[in-house]
Design a protein around this ligand. Sequence first.
Ligand code: C2E
Ligand code: MG
Ligand code: MG
Ligand code: MG
Length: 279
Amino acid sequence: SAKNKGGNRVTVYSQKLNPSEIERPRLEAHLRNAIENEKIEVFYQPKINAKTGTIFGAEALVRWTDEEFGVVSPEVFIPIAEDTGLIQPLWDFVMKHASKQVSDWNSNLSQPLTISINFSAMQFQEPCVMLQKVEDILAESKLPPGQLEIEITESILLSNSSEIVHTLKSLQDLGIAVSIDDFGTGYSSLSYLKDLPINTLKIDQSFIQNIDKDLRNTEIPEAIINLARSLHLDVIAEGVEEEYQKEFLLSKDCMRMQGYLFSKPLSKVDFEQFLKKYH
Ligand code: C2E
Ligand code: MG
Ligand code: MG
Ligand code: MG
C-alpha cells in the first residue's frame, strides 16, 4: 500500500525518487535507528535452475519499513547507507541473519542452497577486518563457505583494483564464490575480466527486460552468455519476467535465472512455503 499506518501520507520512497534535501537528514536518522534496533529485515529471492525447475539458491535483499516514511526502497536507502557509513552495520546484520537462516534451511534439505549477499565498496575498505568477520559469521552460523556467494558491481572492480582483486582472491581461497552483479552496465574492459578472481556473470535485468516477445534485443544477453562460456564462468540472468525471456535463455543454455516470473523476494515465512513447492 502506498499509504503508511500513520494516515494519508503517501510514501514516495518506494519509488525511485530521491528524498528532498530537507527530508534526507531525517530519513538518515530513521535509518540509523532502524539498523541499531534491528528494525530492518532480510528478504530472499529464489534463484532457479529453469531447466530442472529447481531452486538452487537465494539472494538476500534488505527491506525497511519506517513508521513515518513507510516502505523505503533499497534504491533510496542503500546509497544513503553508503554515504554515511551505515552500510557497515547493515552489512553485519544481513550477513549474520542470512547466513544463519540459510544454514538452518539447509539442515533440512538434501541439496543445500547457496546464499548470495550484496557487498558495497565500503566492505572492501578494511579487507582484513571484513575477511575475519566473514570467517567468524560462517563459523557461528555453521554455513560452509561453498554455500556463500558475494555479489559486487563492476564499479567496485574499477576502484583500487589491485587490492580489490587480492581481497576477492582471499574470499575465493576460503571457498566463497564471487559474482558480478548488473553485468554489462559498468565499464569492465573485457581483457581485464579475464584475469579477475570471479565465478559468475549476472546479466543485468535491463538487458533481459528488453527482450520482447518477438525475441528482439537478444544480442547483448547472448553476447554475455558466450563471453561467460569462453571465460569458463557461470552465468545467471536477473529480472526474468516473461516466459519467452526464459525460453530464449534456455535456448542459449543459460539455465540459471532469477526474476518475478519465478518469484519476487520473499519473507522468511513465504520463502519456506516456496521451498516446499520447488525443492
Ligand atoms: P540487485 O542486487 O541488482 O538486486 C536486484 C533487484 O531487482 C532487487 O531490487 C530485486 O527485488 C529486483 N528484481 C528481482 N527480480 C526482478 C524482476 O523480475 N523484475 C524487476 N523489475 N525487478 C526485479 P531491490 O530489492 O529493490 O534492491 C535494489 C538494489 O539495492 C539491489 O540491486 C542492490 O544493489 C541493493 N541492495 C539490496 N539489498 C542490499 C544489501 O543487503 N546490501 C547492499 N549493499 N545492497 C543491497
Ligand atoms: Mg544483487
Ligand atoms: Mg542486479
Ligand atoms: Mg542493481
